[in-house]
Design a protein around this ligand. Structure first.
Ligand code: NZQ
Ligand code: ZN
Length: 388
């Protein structure tokens, strides 16, 4: 562990079957006008909407509804949300839904009193907050992004054909997050397994980088082993509480910054996946699944010792008598088989990508240099073609 860091996570997290009971206490700490943010309607179908409204009413809050947040939330919608918050002098943003709703809430929280264009300040120039922001809270119904306990906010701007993630500082982390694994039972299988892969990919983005002996990497291996075990159970038995609760908790720890401490990180699968999402609006976890194998094969030689360790530590590959490359490839094959078994989309065509779209997707991909190999635009084009 060679890095120097400060670790601080300000989100208070309530977890379990009765976690919603914590909401009333949390609301006692916030102002009287609450913007109740949710998605396209799942919260109404599950009954969570009614429960939250009842708790808000009992707490004497004025409720300002902000419904209709779409998966892969757009900047156009963020501007609407900021206007709602300003016009109603909102004190607090309550996000009820998945990562999209939570990410959107952070963008509105930062954008409402931003003296300039928030897209340019945060998503283009990646600047820090230096003005009033609104506090947010999160009630999580979809597992995968880790948005409930981090500062990440990923917004798609169709005016400029970009999907960009900004990592806000502590002031924009949810003040509290409420997680009941039972809420995730109603997720359609497609969304559920996409979230499972999002978790795996978050861990790998942080694990497949660096060469020192880091506690963060041992933590990552434990999280991956738990995830594989629990996802095999959950796809067969979606209402298995033990499996779903382990997955929900793993998801939070996969991206609440803990396992990135003291080390470099990669994030290129996400950069390519976000660019695919810009042009297809495909489900985030599936965009990652579709390009992962081609990406990992591209960087395997450069990161051979870590891929070998991954094979042995996570997948139990027996190294006896095998070359490092053979061990590493066996690990990747085990990853691929798990991805197939849980039902992920493993190619870009099924997400609506056609060969003529590849130049634009390549252009929209941000190239980072924290991984084992810094890609060129030609490498990205080749990965996209190999993923078709
Ligand atoms: O809109 P509703 O009707 O609520 O339906 C949603 C949506 O269609 C549905 N859903 C959520 N909870 C449900 C449910 N359906 C039935 N029962 C439930 N309990 O699921 C669909 C997907 O929801 P969404 O919030 O879009 O999914 P997810 O949590 O995967 O969030 C994806 C967004 O997060 C970003 C992604 O890029 C994408 O824009 N990310 C955010 C990150 C962060 N904040 O750190 C990191 C990630 O890597 C990711 O980029
Ligand atoms: Zn992700």
């Amino acid at each position: 562990m060679l890095g120097q860091f400060t670790f601080y996570n300000p989100t208070r997290l309530h977890f379990g079957r009765d976690a919603l009971q914590a909401l009333a206490g949390e609301l006692a700490n916030v102002g009287p006008v609450v913007q109740f943010i949710y998605g396209k309607g799942s919260v109404k179908k599950t009954g969570l909407y009614d429960q939250v409204i009842a708790i808000l009413n009992a707490a004497g809050k004025t409720i300002v509804e902000d419904p209709g947040v779409m998966p892969n939330p757009t900047y156009a919608k963020v501007k609407e949300g900021c206007a709602i918050a300003r016009d109603n002098q909102v004190d607090f943003l309550l996000a009820v839904g998945g990562g999209s709703v939570c990410d959107y809430a952070k963008a509105v929280a930062a954008g409402t009193y931003c003296p300039e264009d928030p897209w340019q300040k945060y998503y283009e120039r990646d600047e820090a907050v230096d003005h009033r922001v609104l506090p947010i809270g999160c009630i999580l119904t979809m597992v995968g992004t880790g948005s409930e306990m981090n500062g990440g906010s990923v917004i798609t701007n169709h005016d400029v054909d970009l999907k960009v993630g900004h990592v806000f500082e502590a002031a924009l982390y949810p003040k509290f997050a409420i997680l009941n694994p039972e809420w995730t039972y109603t997720l359609p299988t497609y969304q559920m397994v996409a979230g499972f892969y999002d978790i795996m990919c978050h861990i790998l983005e942080q694990y497949l980088s660096g060469t020192d002996d880091s506690t963060s990497d041992y933590l990552a291996e434990g999280l991956m082993r738990s995830l594989v075990q629990s996802t095999f159970v959950a796809v067969k038995e979606p209402t298995n509480y033990e499996a779903r609760s382990n997955i929900m908790w793993t998801s939070t720890w996969a991206l609440n910054t803990l396992i990135a401490q003291g080390k470099s990180t990669d994030w290129m699968v996400h950069m390519i996946g976000h660019a695919v999402g810009t042009f297809t609006d495909a489900t985030h976890g599936m965009t990652l699944a579709a390009v992962s194998m081609a990406y990992y094969k591209t960087i395997l030689q450069a990161g051979l010792p870590r891929f070998k360790r991954f094979a042995i530590a996570v997948w139990g590959v027996d190294p006896t008598g095998k070359s490092d490359e053979a061990i590493a490839l066996e690990g990747l094959e085990a990853l691929r088989q798990w991805m197939n078994a849980i039902g992920l989309v493993m190619n870009l065509r099924d997400l609506g990508v056609t060969p003529d779209m590849i130049p634009a997707i390549t252009k929209a991909t941000f190239i980072l240099d924290g991984g084992y190999k810094t890609l060129t635009p030609d490498d990205i084009t080749a990965i996209l073609h190999a993923s078709l």
